[in-house]
Design a binder for this molecule. Structure first.
Ligand code: R5P
Length: 294
């Protein structure tokens, strides 16, 4: 198809410009005008009529506001008859991929429908929370794995005697992928979440982690509760070092203190969300993916 331009929203310029430079096409920003009452409107520049556009937009922090900005921005592009490819490094609301408790809404499905209606033709994202979530979209979603680039970073630490651990069974495939990349064994803990209080509990497993350097792999770190629980158990089993690795570092509610306080030695995330631990740049992965789509 061939891309014509990359448009970045405020807070996503670094990734958007990286992609535009790599693809050798123009970069423009989406103007978002905020009003004192909290409302906003978007204004698309000129010359985008009928073009093939890539819109790069981080959906965090402030995921609900950012989702609305995405919807309105994509409509602005579609009003110009553009082909709209949304690059969403972190897909917010992806954990709401089922009705966990009666009366809840599968919010991700609703958002997928709204995005379609707003004019999104295709999406590229990174490590969406679940494969089930992908099925809720009535459009092509390219879900790229950050495990190879995170594993590359992990290898650069040159640690020996390594083990890979997943905090829950849901993340075992992701952890196995990471483990294959660094040629290590992968184990999984069993995590339970109280759907009313949000409290998590974890079953211990029979492993010998003595003197091992353990990489704990997750798609995201929010409050850090999951990683903290695993870190405590791993240290109890004699782990030398625990390194928390996640694609998306939301790091809310003192997550960093919680994780390091539980015995983890380091936190590593990509820059799908900017935080002090986003050590791995995701732009090259997105660029490679978009190049294949061109
Ligand atoms: C849940 O299943 C996810 O994969 C993460 O494990 C979870 O969202 C992390 O949340 P927190 O950091 O609050 O434990």
């Amino acid at each position: 198809m061939g891309w014509d331009a990359v448009i970045g929203s405020a807070g996503s310029e670094d990734i958007a410009k990286g992609i535009a430079n790599s693809l050798g096409i123009g970069y423009a920003s989406m103007e978002i005008i905020k009003f004192k009452d909290g409302e906003f409107k978007v204004r698309l520049g000129h010359g985008f009529g009928g073009k093939n556009l890539i819109f790069v937009h981080r959906l965090f922090p402030d995921p609900s506001q950012k989702m609305l900005e995405l919807i309105i921005s994509c409509r602005a592009m579609k009003n110009e008859n553009a082909h709209v490819h949304a690059v969403l490094p972190y897909m917010s609301y992806a954990r709401q991929d089922k009705e966990f408790v009666n009366g809840e809404v599968v919010t991700l499905r609703v958002l997928a429908q709204v995005l379609r209606e707003a004019g999104v033709d295709e999406i590229t994202t990174v490590d969406i929370h679940s494969a089930e979530g992908l099925k809720l979209f009535d459009m092509k979603v390219n879900n790229r794995s950050a495990m190879p680039v995170l594993a590359q970073y992990a290898k650069s630490l040159k640690l020996d005697n390594v083990l890979v651990a997943s905090p829950d069974y849901g993340g075992i495939e992701r952890s196995r992928e990471f483990a294959r990349e660094i040629d290590a064994e992968a184990v999984a803990f069993e995590k339970f979440r109280d759907r009313n209080t949000g409290e998590i509990s974890m079953n211990d497993i029979d492993i010998d982690a003595s003197d091992k350097n353990v990489f704990v792999i997750d798609d995201m770190i929010a409050t850090g509760g999951s990683i903290a629980k695993v870190s405590t158990l791993l240290k109890k089993h004699g782990a030398k070092k625990v390194i928390a690795i996640a694609t998306h570092g939301l790091l809310v509610d003192n997550a960093e203190e919680r994780i390091l306080g539980a015995g983890a030695d380091e936190i590593i995330t990509t820059n799908t969300i900017l935080n002090p631990h986003s050590k791995v740049d995701i732009a090259p992965l997105l660029y490679e993916s978009l190049k294949k789509e061109a």
